[in-house]
Design a protein around this ligand. Structure first.
Ligand SMILES: C[S@@+](CC[C@H](N)C(=O)[O-])C[C@H]1O[C@@H](n2cnc3c(N)ncnc32)[C@H](O)[C@@H]1O
Length: 311
């Protein structure tokens, strides 16, 4: 519009637009006025296995939020954030079954028995787990316990740590050109012979995400280098992904163990490697290699202060 290239006219036009927005504001619905499509019940005598997401309450699904507000009882773990727990109404029963510092978790059988007891009392029960309840969260055992007692169960997925960390670090988990595969691995190395299949893990066309890996960073870096990934293959560790206290460390397979020793990170932690991870610090587009992501062992916490990267 040539007339608007005149600076004075442009100024008046912008002022007019601002005024008209203000005048129309009462007619435009506010976020709080918008009715969300929250349907569905929370049935008595049923258990809902619900993902709490990675900590940021805004990453909770609408279904999860609704069930939390409706359930008679909520059984929850350590990795569930306070903002998410704040959605539980005062009158609802709460049962914490996570690991206390220096103590063991509540045995799985006891958690199963508690859910069965609450459901048999005719309560609607939410079993709230960090991230996605179907990813490294012993959901199979809990479903078995409920099935054995003939308690109906339903699942509600959540944002898993890998998705949250990748988003917070500004990297994609897959890429058409560089990472056509994505693998979630438990770093607890619980295969029968206790050794991961490094040869199958050391691929250059795949993003690897290690969960519970904080205590295994040295072993992972060593195993992947021995199996053929180059020393300079970038790796990134992300702790408390999506939370205000998020921290990260960027390095290579060769130097990450020393970097982590010099700058310990808290748990839960996400460890992200590959050129993509390192470049993402500079907000670069996906570079020429996929990255490696590891989440780390939440049992380990450590003092830290130095290396904080926010994206
Ligand atoms: C028992 S697994 C549970 C995973 C969870 N079900 C999920 O889908 O994210 C716990 C591990 O998940 C990872 N984790 C969970 N939340 C995280 C977060 N906010 N940031 C980084 N890692 C996280 C850590 O590796 C932690 O040791």
């Amino acid at each position: 519009m040539p007339a608007l290239s005149n600076p004075l006219l442009l100024k008046w036009f912008n002022a007019f637009m601002r005024l008209s927005h203000r005048a129309l504001a009462p007619l435009v619905p506010h976020a709080s006025d918008i009715r969300l499509p929250l349907r569905g019940e929370c049935r008595a005598g049923q258990v809902y296995l619900v993902g709490a997401g990675s900590g940021d309450a805004e990453l909770l699904t609408l279904k999860a939020a609704r069930l939390l507000m409706q359930a008679d009882a909520v059984v929850y773990d350590r990795l569930v954030g306070d903002d998410v727990l704040a959605l539980i109404p005062n009158g609802s029963e709460r049962y914490y079954v996570g690991k206390a510092r220096g103590h063991h978790s509540v045995p799985q059988a006891e958690i199963g028995a508690l859910m069965v007891k609450l459901a048999r009392e005719g309560k609607s029960v939410v079993r709230l787990k960090g991230g996605d309840p179907a990813v490294f969260a012993r959901m199979g055992e809990e479903l078995d316990a409920l099935a054995a007692a003939e308690i109906p169960a339903a699942m509600v997925p959540g944002i898993t740590a890998a998705s949250a960390a990748a988003a917070c670090m500004g990297i994609p988990l897959t890429d058409r050109g560089h990472a056509q595969q994505l693998r979630f691995v438990t770093a607890q190395l619980c295969r029968e012979d206790g050794t991961p299949d490094w040869a199958s893990l050391a691929r250059k066309d795949e993003t690897l995400v290690f969960y519970m890996g904080l205590s295994k960073v040295r072993a992972i870096c060593h195993g992947l280098r021995e199996a053929g990934l180059p020393d300079e293959w970038p790796i990134m560790l992300v702790a408390n992904a999506s939370q205000p206290e998020q921290q990260s460390l960027v390095g290579s397979l060769a130097d990450m163990p020393e970097k982590l020793a010099a700058t310990p990170l808290p748990s839960p932690l996400l460890d992200c490697g590959g050129q993509r991870g390192a470049k993402s610090c500079h907000n670069a587009r996906y570079p020429s290699h996929p990255c490696l992501l590891c989440t780390a062992n939440h049992a380990l916490t450590a003092g830290f202060a130095v290396h904080v990267l926010r994206f």
